[in-house]
Design a protein around this ligand. Structure first.
Ligand code: AMP
Length: 167
């Protein structure tokens, strides 16, 4: 927790933004974080890591590399070049659309979903839906940070959820 910086009123008033750049710039803290994830998942027979743009890519990319498994980017609308499956989900104000390549996952691939932070769970819930639609079996959904008071886990009830740090 001492490496995570609170930024009040970012990106808008009333939100306390959890800034992880202060953790990432510290080589030991970043390595320790990745080691927690590596130890947890090294024997879980994971085939693919699906990570959520954009901060999820940092942890997902590093973990996929150390586990020696595939990396699947889940991206904002219009960024992926080949055929995609997309999902639109509600945000507090408005909606957002995420996409994944249709051929990113083989049927019954064991998939770990990863993002930096679990807030309301809307994003991770949409991602888990899309990963299952293209045939993946979700082993767990992992976060660096969980904002427990927002009860994001309730939206992810059908899945195992892991977080390193809780607020
Ligand atoms: P949610 O769909 O509400 O669980 O929001 C999760 C997504 O929004 C994650 O990709 C986070 O990176 C981002 N996010 C939401 N709340 C915060 C926060 N307080 N600080 C940093 N990132 C946040």
């Amino acid at each position: 927790k001492k490496y995570i910086r609170d930024i009040p009123d970012f990106p808008k008033k009333g939100i306390i933004f959890k800034d992880i750049t202060t953790l990432l710039k510290d080589g030991i803290a970043f390595k320790d974080t990745m080691n927690i994830l590596y130890q947890r998942y090294k024997n879980k027979k994971i085939d693919k890591i699906a990570a959520i743009e954009s901060r999820g890519f940092i942890f997902g990319g590093a973990l996929a590399n150390s586990l020696g498994v595939g990396f699947v980017p889940v991206r904002k609308k219009g960024k992926l070049p080949a055929k995609t499956l997309s999902i639109t989900y509600q945000l507090e104000y408005g909606s957002d659309t995420l996409e994944v390549h249709c051929d990113a996952i083989e049927k019954d691939d064991k998939v770990l979903i990863i993002d930096d932070l679990l807030a309301t769970g809307g994003t991770a819930s949409a991602v888990s839906e899309i990963i299952e639609k293209i045939g993946g079996e979700i082993i767990e959904i992992a976060f660096l940070i969980e904002l427990e008071f927002l009860r994001g886990r309730d939206k992810l009830k059908n899945h195992e959820v892991f977080s390193i740090i809780q607020y």
